[in-house]
Design a protein around this ligand. Structure first.
Ligand code: ADP
Ligand code: MG
Length: 871
């Protein structure tokens, strides 16, 4: 840039280097081409520092009406050369001084151009976060207020810098995140008045001791949202200024008007942006950095008229007035001088104006000064003084600093919000996690319980199976045991017991052994049950290892049990085979004692009587010792099972002895049973039957039948009577001695073995009766019917047990042979049974017999006809 001389010194034209092109691009030429000095971050933020000289433009007001008249004969004292940014101040007709400015604005310069050249670069800087000052200096009436404060109500093109600046600001900020606040002050006689609140008329300037920043915190600050807001405030401020000046008896030219615009902008395009709300994965490195805000302050100063400085003494103003009116202006001049001369002392503190403008000259603000001059040669001195002020101001270097700071408050708010969100999310996740744990635990517990139940059930089943198998074995064994005795009743009785004590003892030993094993088995099962119980009662969930160990343990127990079972079964088998050997036959054979198994033991028992002597054995039947009696009767019964022995037994008086046993009232059911079995065997022989009858056997058997409870005893007795029933000659006597009644009485025992013997007896008796009737010997009704057998016969005619059914079917057929029975049979329901037999009986002969009987009987035939039943 061109160098300048201070003070009143002129700048020779030839020394001046033109800086702009002839085609003026005001805004660009006026803009600083400063070098940028970046400084390290301060604690409050970071600053960009740019060196920036105070820019000065000169504006010439057009000649006004008064001047046109008054100065008509004189040439203007100011001549502008805007293309060279020069102003020529005429000294006289032949000499003038030339000054160079940053911008030279002619009297025809539009308000718009003036704004763009002078103020716009400053406004842009303020929006970027710098402080900025636009100030007008000049003699009263030269257009300072015209330049800065015109509202342009009537003519928009007349809008001044303040209005245009605010338009620019509002157009560039964000209504959401940024703010614009203004205060509007007047400085008169070193008193700061609030133009937005006139009652606030002595505002203090406050200086930050650390930063040195100056502020007027007591001034009213109004938030500007719209341009209308601002216009109203400007009008309000102007009205208050007029009122204040009237009150103070002064004029606006004596006071300074100061508009302060505070702009706060948040920097959104920087890294400090918080991540989006939905993104929960916050990168702290990004967020730990607070958002940046930029604070710019624009100060627009409409100074009091500069002529006061110049004329204060010469025009007789009191010292006080001069002081009060011009102190600030002269102090400003002194400061500018000191700054222009790089003087070590700048008297900033001399006035309130210089304190307020501390940042604007020699500070950190971008400053534009517009000096206004009039054309009149009459005010040449003021014009010259103004020009020199501008010239000196051009030498003032400012160090522009960006006012950026971290917005810790908003960062704090954002982080708090974020933390709240995270806390909520954390809580949600924690809850979800706990729920999951609980669900899993319940599931696990359920599985364990299920496994326990399954396991217990399986164990229970296995146990039951073992028990069932075991019971089955025992049952089979018992059946086998029992089988040996009663089977003989049917076809010839033998007592199913051992015939010798030695063998009996042997069997007893086996049984004892079996019992011990049983006991063992039971205790094993008990242990298994205890295991299950403890497993069930276990408070804690067993671990898998525990469960496996338990499984293995129980498996072992089961194995052990199975082994024991096998062993028992083997034992049972062995015992069975031994029992078969000990018994006298398979139970199917009547001659069991001569069963050709070749077993020496059996043979020795069978032939016992040969060694001991039959007589001797029979005599033992009357022994005092019941044990001896028991064994003796067993032997006799066994012998009686064999035809060849029967005769000898009877001859030797065995029958009498056996009957005597029944007669002796010392009732021993076992002896009775065996004796009855022996008698039944003997009763198979026709000769013996008469003997039995002759010796009162029927009444003895009837007595035994009445007393006995044991089905096997009853079976023996019924068998004996049934055998007797088959003898034609004995029928009447059998009946008269109560044989039939005794036989029928035994059906009280519902045991099928007893019933089948009763049925056999009935069938035998009926057969004999039918034989007798066919011979024409008998004309009376059947004694069976007389004795009330018919209902039982009808009732059991279709018995499930085929052997009973067969006997009764035969009995019915035989009864039906005799016409005299027919009526009773019809009324007793026997006819239907006969019809059924004639149709359904599996044996052809019986079916044919039934059919024959039904057709041959008149009564049956007529009844069937009546019922329309076809045979
Ligand atoms: P100051 O504030 O410096 O005392 P004003 O702004 O009040 O001066 O101006 C004084 C008079 O001059 C006003 O009537 C104003 O309209 C007029 N004036 C100032 N500058 C211009 C200009 N550039 N063009 C036209 N009229 C102007
Ligand atoms: Mg003015």
């Amino acid at each position: 840039m061109a160098s300048y001389r201070n003070g009143r010194g002129t700048v020779k034209v030839d020394r001046v280097q033109p800086t702009g092109s002839s085609n003026l691009r005001a805004s660009s030429s006026f803009k600083s081409k400063n070098s940028i000095v970046r400084r390290s971050n301060s604690s409050a933020g970071f600053e960009d520092s740019v060196s920036g000289r105070v820019r000065v433009a000169v504006r010439l007001r057009p000649q006004n009406a008064e001047e046109m008249v008054a100065d008509a004969d004189f040439a203007d004292c100011v001549e502008l050369q805007p293309e060279f940014k020069r102003l020529k101040l005429r000294k006289n007709n032949w000499d003038s001084d030339t000054y160079e400015f940053d911008e030279v604005l002619t009297e025809s310069a539009s308000q718009k151009r003036v704004y763009e050249v002078v103020a716009k670069p400053v406004v842009e800087s303020v929006l970027d976060g710098y402080n900025g000052t636009v100030m007008a200096y000049g003699q009263t009436g030269t257009g300072k207020t015209f330049t800065l404060g015109r509202l342009g109500d009537e003519d928009t093109s007349a809008r001044g810098i303040m209005v245009r600046a605010m338009e620019d600001i509002l157009a560039n900020i964000s209504r959401d995140s940024d703010s614009v606040m203004i205060s509007y002050l007047q400085l008169y006689m070193e008193t700061i008045q609030d133009l937005l609140n006139p009652s606030n008329d002595n505002i203090a300037i406050v200086e930050d001791p650390k930063t040195g920043d100056v502020s007027v915190p007591a001034a009213t600050l109004v938030d500007i949202r719209t341009h209308q807001d601002f216009m109203e405030l400007l009008r309000l401020g102007e009205a208050h200024r007029v009122a204040a000046n009237t009150k103070l008896n002064t004029e606006s030219s004596r006071s300074h008007a100061i508009l302060m615009v505070h702009i706060k902008r948040s920097v959104t395009d920087m890294e400090s942006e918080i991540t989006s709300e939905n993104d929960h994965s916050i990168h702290m490195s990004r967020n730990s950095k607070p958002p940046v805000i930029r604070k710019g302050k624009l100060v627009v100063v409409d100074l009091a008229g500069s002529e006061r400085v110049h004329k204060s003494g010469s025009e007789g103003h009191t010292l006080e007035e001069a002081k009060s009116i011009n102190l600030s202006l002269s102090a400003l001049g002194k400061c500018i001088n000191a700054l222009a001369e790089n003087s070590p002392h700048v008297p900033v503190r001399d006035s309130k104006l210089t304190r307020l403008l501390k940042d604007s000259f020699g500070g950190t603000a971008r400053t534009s000064l517009i000096v206004t001059v009039g054309p009149s040669p009459r005010h040449r001195a003021e014009t010259s003084s103004t020009i020199l002020f501008g010239q000196r101001a051009m030498k003032v270097e400012n160090m522009l600093k960006i006012k950026e700071e971290f917005d810790y408050k908003s960062l704090c708010r954002k982080l708090e919000t974020q933390i709240d969100k995270l806390i909520a999310e954390n809580e949600r996740q924690q809850k979800a996690f706990e729920d999951e744990i609980e669900r899993t635990a319940i599931e696990a517990q359920q599985r364990i319980s299920e496994a326990e139940i399954n396991y217990t059930e399986a164990l229970e089943r296995e146990k039951m199976k073992c028990q069932m198998d075991y019971m089955e074995s025992i049952k089979k064994l018992e059946e086998k045991w029992m089988h040996n005795q009663p089977k003989r009743v049917t076809n010839g009785f033998s007592n199913g017991n051992h015939s010798a004590d030695g063998n009996n003892d042997h069997a007893n030993e086996d049984v004892t052994e079996l019992k011990i094993m049983l006991q063992k088995e039971i205790s094993l099962r008990k242990r298994a049950e205890e295991e299950i119980h403890s497993l069930r009662n276990s408070q804690f969930c067993p671990t898998e290892a525990d469960a496996n160990a338990d499984v293995v343990k129980l498996q072992n127990l089961l194995d052990e049990e199975t082994r024991q079972k096998q062993k028992l079964e083997d034992e049972v088998l062995m015992l069975q085979s031994r029992l078969s050997q000990l018994s006298f036959g398979s139970g199917q054979s009547r001659y069991s004692q001569i069963d050709d198994r070749g077993n020496g033991e059996t043979t020795s028992i069978a032939n016992l009587h040969e060694h001991v002597g039959l007589q001797k054995i029979l005599s033992l039947l009357e022994s005092e010792d019941p044990n001896v009696r028991l064994h003796a009767v067993k032997v006799v019964a066994n012998l009686a099972a064999e035809d060849t022995n029967q005769e000898r037994i009877v001859e030797a008086g065995g029958l009498s002895s056996l009957l005597a046993l029944l007669r002796s009232r010392s009732f021993d059911e076992t002896i009775c049973r065996i004796a009855a079995g022996a008698i039944a065997n003997l009763a198979m022989n026709e000769a013996n039957q008469e003997l039995i009858m002759g010796q009162g056997g029927i009444s003895l058997l009837a007595m035994t039948a009445a007393d006995a409870e044991d089905p096997q005893t009853l079976r023996m007795v019924a068998g004996a009577i049934a055998n007797l029933c088959g003898n034609d000659k004995l029928q009447t006597r059998l009946r008269s001695e109560g044989g039939i009644k005794a036989l029928l009485g035994m059906v009280r025992s519902r045991h099928p073995d007893v019933l089948s013997q009763v049925a056999r007896g009935v069938a035998n008796f009926a057969k004999c009766e039918s034989r007798t009737s066919s011979k024409g010997n008998k004309n009376n009704k059947s004694m069976l019917i007389e004795d009330g057998a018919l209902p039982w016969i009808v009732q059991n005619a279709n018995n499930d047990a085929s052997i009973i059914r067969r006997h009764i079917e035969l009995a019915l057929c035989h009864l039906a042979q005799h016409e005299v029975n027919a009526k009773d049979m019809v009324s007793g329901g026997a006819l239907w049974e006969l019809v059924r037999i004639s149709r359904d009986c599996s044996r052809d002969d019986i079916r044919a017999l039934a059919r024959r009987t039904l057709t041959s009987s008149q009564i049956f035939s007529s009844e069937l006809r009546r019922l329309r039943v076809e045979i």
